[in-house]
Design a protein around this ligand. Structure first.
Ligand SMILES: Nc1nc2c(ncn2[C@@H]2O[C@H](COP(=O)(O)OP(=O)(O)OP(=O)(O)O)[C@@H](O)[C@H]2O)c(=O)[nH]1
Ligand SMILES: [Mg+2]
Length: 222
């Protein structure tokens, strides 16, 4: 059987990339650094975002675009409570966000008064990998509770990343997790990928992650 790339799918992706490039330019024109955070459901995206806001909000202004498959405000409420403006974008069951959804979210954020925009993508290790949202960086959160074999089983999402956060490191004593096996799998797919082991529960590992993020925000201002 031969595999053909269906033209209509290609057109949709091309249209998405066009809007994504516009989004990136809008962020850049506002001197905002935008990061797209992807992960499996429950990996700890919101917990990491909330902790990051708590530790950085005195130094910079952060806005969040929260993607969810259903119209619930559970995550955006947590972000608002942490002290950052949050916009809820509902994908109506779709397994990923696209650039148009991000545009709608951007339009509701006070871009003139922000330094950093964080997008929390839909919890999924397959669909989000295909879609450029117009961020400046793609991040993946891989919690230790998911197991050390994920780079081998979900390779695509690891290929187009700029930064990787290994989260819930406080759980390592309680789960079977070989960080060397995990890192070997990542290295095969994305050599030299910058990786930060962190725990949103204990705060362990946040310092290097925040230093990296602050340097990106500073670069966006230059
Ligand atoms: N022990 C531990 N638990 C964590 C950590 N980070 C998050 N959790 C817990 O993991 C669960 C899921 O965390 P969330 O931050 O909601 O995960 P998420 O990726 O945003 O989930 P979805 O948005 O539903 O895909 C919650 O019960 C958190 O308290 C961590 O570093 N250590
Ligand atoms: Mg969440």
């Amino acid at each position: 059987m031969t595999t053909v790339r269906v033209p209509v799918v290609e057109n949709i992706l091309n249209a998405n990339d066009f809007v994504a490039n516009e989004n990136r330019k809008i962020f850049s024109d506002h001197k905002i650094f935008c990061i797209n955070i992807m992960a499996a459901p429950g990996a700890g995206k919101t917990a990491l975002i909330v902790k990051t806001i708590a530790l950085l909000k005195k130094e910079m202004r952060i806005g969040v675009i929260e993607g969810d498959t259903a119209s619930v405000t559970i995550d955006s409420d947590k972000v608002t409570l942490a002290g950052a403006p949050a916009v809820q974008v509902t994908t109506m069951g779709e397994c990923h966000m696209d650039a148009m959804m991000v545009r709608k979210g951007m339009e509701q954020l006070p871009l003139d008064s922000l330094d950093l925009v964080i997008i929390e993508n839909i919890g999924n290790l397959i669909c989000p990998a295909e879609w450029d949202l117009g961020s400046h960086a793609n991040a993946l959160i891989a919690s230790v509770a998911e197991g050390d074999d994920k780079p081998y089983k979900y390779p695509n999402i690891y290929r187009n990343l700029n930064v990787l956060l290994v989260t819930k490191t406080d759980l390592i004593p309680y789960v079977e997790y070989d960080i060397d096996r995990f890192r070997t799998g990542v290295e095969l797919l994305n050599p030299g990928l910058i990786t930060f082991p962190t725990s949103a529960k204990t705060g362990e590992g946040f310092e290097p992650w925040l230093t990296w993020l602050k340097s990106k925000v500073a670069d966006a201002k230059a």
